[in-house]
Design a protein around this ligand. Structure first.
Ligand code: UFG
Length: 330
């Protein structure tokens, strides 16, 4: 197949591009490079530098490259920032996605795979969380993803657009080769921050709350390796192309969780020295447990994650950060 990967120069996008190429698919990336990196695209993958808010450019890219399907990663992703700058998030994530949907139905009406998030659920009592759990996002970021999910469904109903929505849990790790990985302008994710601390770029690790109703008192998350998540996109787009699915939504996670302390213990073991830790107050908006019920993607798409050992997951992140202490900057 030939895929247009929107936001393909970002963290999850670039790993997915690599797995798509490994599976024998052709790829063209459309990215505005606001947070992505052209350096993350290896093996001569073509990059179209364009912004989803620029409808004519998006339509022109679809007409020029004639993809068989589109995978859409492009979004602003910081929960805290989304609360401080909602207009930016609604415009970029919702209006941008609307332009993409419109351009798809105005041109080739090819299937769409969309990257959504566990943030659409908000705080829920369900553990693990099934796809049909109530959706009450607690952040503008989660709200923009839910709004986009609903737009996609409306385009399916009105125009027959086939789609698959993937709701990611906590994405982490890096390509085992160590040459691409997480490189965001503002780091906020636990494993990434722990690696920066181990590199001496931060003084210590803060543990946001030790008084949760969990076995060790810290929050539990479902950490899915970015390469496994990338493989989930390959499975999703191939199932859409084969007509096996046409309006599906899947959680992507391992189906079990690790606590903040377990993650930090794994980082200590991988790095070889214990990081300084300090117990801090709870972070606003953190639910105690977020674990995917991943049964549906396993059964329907044959999702079979390779990275299930926490230390192995952390090792890939550490290899990337150690080799690239300033991300893609020299
Ligand atoms: N944490 C710490 N110290 C830190 C950083 C994080 O204790 O320095 C804790 C957090 O409080 C949380 C856990 O580590 O309990 C994981 O935090 P992350 O920031 O790594 O990830 P989140 O669970 O907040 O975020 C993830 C995705 C978001 C998505 C969200 C849905 O990365 O994109 O889940 O709730 F929106």
């Amino acid at each position: 197949m030939k895929l247009l990967v929107v936001g393909g120069a970002g963290y999850i996008g670039s790993h997915t591009v690599r797995q798509l190429r490994a599976a024998g698919h052709g790829v063209v990336v459309l990215d505005n490079l606001s947070s992505g990196h052209a350096e993350a695209l290896t093996n001569g993958v073509e990059l179209v530098r364009a912004d989803l808010l620029d409808y004519p450019s998006v339509k022109a890219a679809l007409e020029a490259h004639k993809p068989d399907a589109v995978i859409h990663f492009a979004a602003l992703i910081e929960v805290g920032e989304s609360m401080r700058a909602p207009a930016r998030y609604y415009r970029n994530n919702v209006v941008g996605s609307l332009n993409l949907l419109q351009a798809i139905v105005d041109t080739r009406k090819v299937p769409l795979v969309f990257s959504s998030t566990a943030a659409v659920y908000g705080t829920t009592d369900a553990v693990p969380i099934p796809e049909d759990a109530a959706m009450q996002p607690e952040s503008v970021y989660g709200e923009t993803k839910l709004m986009t999910e609903r737009m996609i469904h409306a385009f399916h109903t009105a125009h027959g657009l086939p789609y698959t929505i993937l709701r990611y849990f906590n994405v982490c790790g890096a390509a085992p080769a160590g040459d691409i990985g997480e490189a965001h302008p503002s780091q906020s994710h636990l494993i990434e921050l722990a690696c920066m601390t181990a590199l001496g770029q931060r003084e210590k690790m803060m543990i946001f709350g030790e008084d949760y109703d969990t076995p060790d008192g810290t929050c539990i998350r479902d950490y899915v390796h970015v390469q496994d998540l990338a493989d989930a996109h390959v499975l999703a787009v191939e199932a859409l192309n084969a007509g096996k699915t046409d309006a599906a939504t899947y959680n992507v996670g391992l189906g079990h969780g690790f606590s903040v302390k377990q993650v930090l213990d794994a980082v200590d073991a991988v790095v070889g020295t214990p990081l300084d830790r300090e117990i801090a107050p709870r972070r606003a908006g953190d639910p105690p447990r977020l674990v995917a019920d991943a049964t549906k993607i396993v059964q329907e798409l044959g999702f079979a994650p390779q990275f299930t050992d926490l230390q192995e997951i952390v090792q890939t992140a550490w290899n990337w950060h150690k080799g690239h202490p300033h991300g893609f900057e020299k």
